[in-house]
Design a protein around this ligand. Structure first.
Ligand SMILES: [Zn+2]
Length: 287
């Protein structure tokens, strides 16, 4: 399973956090080759620590955790950071904060990657279950082909604002039969006309997930991972949204609900057409 390699996420808030690290070495003799690379930057609040360079040992609060030969570590005060690495504290701190942020982000993405099999199974189930997402997509496509576009527009209007609504207003103004007004008010599942099941399920979950897997499989490339933030935080609610949309579709294409469409005010010709059509829910098409 692909995963992003992650270097350590450092959390150095006290002198103990540094001196208790397993490879901590103190002091280290003053020789440039004894300080290999800056691993982390710290800014201690309540405690202070001594510089690990044997000719300095300066007590300080802001400094650098550095790698020494043989994978050991020690700490450097700001002056020694400048001496051995020409390091500027503010710059190093900004870099370090950014590195830690990216490492945390990768860690969250790795958690998500561990669940991809599970998520894909759920998507597959939502798609293929009887009267599931595949059925909804097919039904809606056929519905839009078979029924007059005037009706589709009216349904979109009804879906967009269920309260003060042009379709209902027309009915009321025309002093329509109160049973017609009631039927239109009772229409179910209209959100399928404003949310696209394919976009909600495939476009917003499966496609970014597959893309993430691809990127994690070739971690040498380092594209921005920010766009996956939404996926890590919201994939569960996004799956729920798709499930709700499928249930909305089931409610819309229910035989009793399709019967209510006859109450929507349309031109005479379109009204006649709507009344003449017979919808087959299981087939997802007109009979
Ligand atoms: Zn020092």
């Amino acid at each position: 399973m692909p995963a992003f390699p992650i270097e350590e996420i450092y959390s150095l808030n006290s002198a103990d956090d540094i001196t208790h690290r397993s490879g901590y070495e103190y002091p280290v003799s003053t020789k440039k080759s004894n300080f290999v690379r800056i691993l982390a930057v710290y800014s201690l609040n309540k405690s202070s620590i001594n510089c690990g360079v044997s000719d300095c040992l300066e007590e300080h609060q802001k400094g650098y955790l550095v790698l020494t030969p043989n994978e050991q570590e020690t700490c450097l005060c700001q002056a020694c950071g400048k001496r051995f690495f020409a390091a500027d504290f503010d710059e190093q701190q900004n870099d370090f904060v950014e590195q830690n942020r990216i490492r945390k982000q990768k860690s969250r993405l790795n958690n998500l990657l561990e669940q991809t099999g599970n998520i894909k199974e759920k998507i597959d189930f939502i798609k293929k279950q009887p009267h599931g997402a595949n059925w909804l997509y097919k039904s809606l496509t056929h519905f839009k082909q078979a029924y007059p576009s005037e009706l589709i527009r009216a349904l979109k209007t009804l879906a967009a604002n269920n309260e003060e609504n042009r379709v209902l207003a027309t009915l009321i103004e025309s002093e329509a039969d109160s049973s017609n007004i009631e039927a239109v008010r009772q229409l179910q599942g209209l959100s399928i006309f404003i949310s696209d099941i394919r976009e909600e399920l495939i476009g917003k979950i499966l496609m970014p997930l597959v893309e993430l897997e691809k990127i994690a499989a070739s971690p040498d490339e380092t594209p921005s991972l920010a766009r996956f933030g939404k996926l890590t935080d919201h994939w569960q609610s996004q799956l729920e949204k798709a499930e709700i949309l499928v249930r909305e579709g089931q409610a819309f294409f229910h035989i009793d609900n399709i019967a209510r469409l006859k109450s929507i005010p349309l031109s005479k010709e379109n009204s006649r057409k709507v009344k003449s059509l017979h919808w087959n829910c299981d087939k997802g098409d007109i009979k």
